[in-house]
Design a protein around this ligand. Structure first.
Ligand code: IPE
Ligand code: IPE
Ligand code: MG
Length: 244
């Protein structure tokens, strides 16, 4: 059980938490371990976050697992991360499926190794009927690239005469993004002390609250999640209107 009552933490307004899971490398460095060990520990914190959101009744959780820029890392680290994604999906899929989690992916999935693309498809189809928690994993994800891909789709429709440029509005544009069907995140949480978005959910974060915690991702636990929710609840979201 957490430190605060579930009903206090999740008022009707809080639907979607998105997390930039940062600090695995620093966690490992501090212990004179290889960065790879940091990623392995990070996978444990992923379980904590999913379990915590499930128990608190939060309907949408999005996790930034690998950015389109992370391909620039050393080959050994990229391969290790891909191995962890494989291991995690293989190992956790049955648990996710039986605990009401619907798995979803955003990002340039085609850039991933073939077998991971297949595993992602399997995870989606095996959990498609679940409704308790929509878990979106951002893999090879970059917000700018997502916007470019959406623009290409619209340009194609316009070029073939199926769409008039004047019909393009925010709603139509958003429907072309990978996040079509997901509500915008209420808050984006970044661990590790860095205070930037690093190309995460650029369109969708227009009115997200930004919460930064100093904890390194492998140390993230239920208390950190609850602390973030409490901080979110103290914010006054105005969406450009006058305070209510
Ligand atoms: C986040 O931790 C994991 C990924 C980006 C895949 P980092 O690997 O970025 O850890 P730091 O920022 O180097 O500590
Ligand atoms: C952002 O973290 C990406 C993920 C957490 C997956 P990075 O560690 O890659 O971001 P920068 O390089 O510090 O901006
Ligand atoms: Mg980092």
């Amino acid at each position: 059980m957490g430190i605060v009552d579930k009903n206090d933490l999740t008022p009707a307004g809080l639907k979607h938490i998105a997390i930039i899971m940062d600090g695995n490398g620093r966690w490992a460095n501090k212990r004179s371990l290889s960065r790879l060990k940091g990623h392995e520990q990070g996978a444990k914190a992923v379980r904590e976050a999913i379990k915590g959101c499930g128990e608190l009744g939060i309907p949408f959780l999005t996790l930034f697992a690998f950015s389109s820029e992370n391909w620039k890392r050393p080959e050994e680290e990229v391969n290790h991360l891909m191995g962890l994604f494989r291991y995690f999906i293989n190992r956790e899929l049955d648990t996710l499926a039986s605990s009401g989690v619907k798995v979803n992916f955003i990002g340039d999935i085609n850039a991933l190794p073939d077998d991971i693309q297949k595993l992602a498809e399997l995870a989606k189809s095996k959990t498609a009927m679940n409704t308790d928690l929509v878990l979106t994993v951002a893999l090879s994800y970059g917000g700018q690239h997502e916007i470019v891909r959406a623009t290409q789709k619209l340009a194609k429709l316009a070029a073939s005469g199926e769409l008039s440029p004047a019909d393009i509005d925010e709603k139509l544009f958003a429907s072309m993004l990978d996040t079509d069907g997901l509500p915008d995140p209420d808050f984006i949480l970044r661990t590790s002390g860095e205070k930037r978005l690093s190309n995460f959910l650029l369109w969708q974060s227009a009115y997200s609250e930004l919460i930064f915690q100093d904890v390194l991702w492998p140390d993230f636990d239920r208390a950190c999640l609850e602390e973030a929710i409490i901080e979110y609840q103290s914010r006054n979201r105005r969406f450009g209107a006058v305070s209510v």
